[in-house]
Design a protein around this ligand. Structure first.
Ligand code: TYM
Length: 337
């Protein structure tokens, strides 16, 4: 079990198991989580409650959930150092979510860009959960008295809303919630699709330019070779005019540790025909151990289940402390002495 220390700051983040984990979520989120596990109290959930805001196949959701846990561990998140759990295993998330609904304004939710995007994409299923999604995310964060929330850029607006909700609640009842900060990586906060560098790499089926952590090396190579770039031939970082190449350079830097300058120097005078497979190979090598370790872990369901049971137990204990305080503050009657 992960040990928590009062001296360390607390980190919480999560990913929805609504699709395969992508290279975007790896570079934008998980890669950074791994680096934090020594210095912070780290709590990571698999956000299955959030996943059903879009219609899911139940059997597939179950499969993706356990695969996501295996991938968290395969990416280097040690269950002895991090609390890893399923959101649906800790009822306090839904409970606090309800209370926070009563401290969130409809006007605030109307401003959420992800709600607008998702409603456009799922016009036949604009359900109340999709609308209310950021409030549940605020509950995830505030339950653990979180200091930092490491996420990609697309989640920044949700963390800001979480702060507004916490401020409002604290304004009425005193300092109940710690004020969390978004923690956005300098490199790779927004990895773009390989087939459309104007849009975010996403796990939705419509994104042919998406790489997932379990993709086969030949598929990864093929997608990098087909990556959309521009009509020049020069490998140069320019995210305004050369979005495709800049995205590939970001991925390359994340996968190899090379700086943009080193990449530009190595490929000076060489065309994209050499650069694209170079990045593809770097990604294949980055993901190979993750894929192999995931496959190995998936054979040991008993171990994975024990990680989830321990995680839920530890998360529930921490979450209950905050929830009890919230219930007391808002005036719910308790039979406890
Ligand atoms: P989700 O599941 O859409 O994405 C998970 C994490 O991956 C990051 N990410 C990316 N980063 C860079 N480039 C990309 N192309 C890319 N795609 C995804 C996301 O920013 C995110 O950090 N609501 C959240 C899940 C969640 C959560 C939370 C996060 C639930 N509760 C509490 C933080 C705290 C979501 O849908 O992320």
């Amino acid at each position: 079990m992960a040990e928590f220390s009062k001296e360390k700051k607390t980190i919480l983040s999560g990913i929805k198991p609504s699709g395969e984990l992508t290279l975007g979520s790896y570079i934008g989120a998980i890669r950074n989580w791994k680096q934090l596990q020594e210095d912070y109290n780290c709590i990571y959930c698999i956000a299955d409650l959030h996943a059903i805001t879009v219609r899911q196949d139940p059997a597939l959701l179950r499969k993706r959930t356990i695969m996501q846990l295996a991938q968290y561990i395969a990416c280097g998140l040690d269950p002895e150092k991090n609390v890893l759990f399923l959101q649906s295993h800790v009822p306090a998330h839904a409970e606090l979510g309800w209370v926070l609904n009563c401290y969130t304004m409809v006007g605030e939710l109307n401003r959420m860009t992800q709600f607008k995007d998702k409603s456009a994409k799922h016009a036949d299923n604009i359900n109340a959960g999709l609308y209310d999604y950021p409030v549940l995310m605020a509950a995830d964060i505030l339950l653990y008295q979180t200091d930092l929330v490491p996420v990609g850029e697309d989640q920044k607006q949700h963390v800001e809303l979480c702060r507004d909700i916490a401020n409002r609640f604290n304004g009425v009842y005193g300092d109940v919630f710690k004020m969390p900060e978004p923690f956005i990586p300098k490199l790779g906060a927004r990895i773009m699709s390989l087939s459309d560098p104007e849009s975010k790499m996403s796990k939705s089926e419509s994104d042919a330019g998406c790489i997932t952590l379990l993709d086969r090396p030949e598929d990864i190579m093929a997608r990098f070779k087909r990556a959309v770039t521009d009509s020049e031939t020069c490998v140069r970082f320019d995210p305004v005019n050369k979005k495709g190449i800049s995205n590939l350079m970001t991925i390359c830097s994340a996968a190899t540790g090379m700086t943009f300058e080193q990449i530009e120097n190595q490929f000076a005078g060489k065309g994209y025909g050499e650069f694209k497979p170079f990045v593809g190979e770097a990604v294949v090598e980055l993901l190979r151990p993750v894929r192999e370790e995931t496959e190995r872990l998936l054979k040991d369901k008993a171990y994975l289940n024990s990680v989830l049971d321990n995680g839920a137990q530890q998360a529930s204990y921490l979450a209950r402390r905050t929830l009890s305080k919230v219930y007391r503050k808002v005036g719910f009657y308790s039979t406890d002495k």
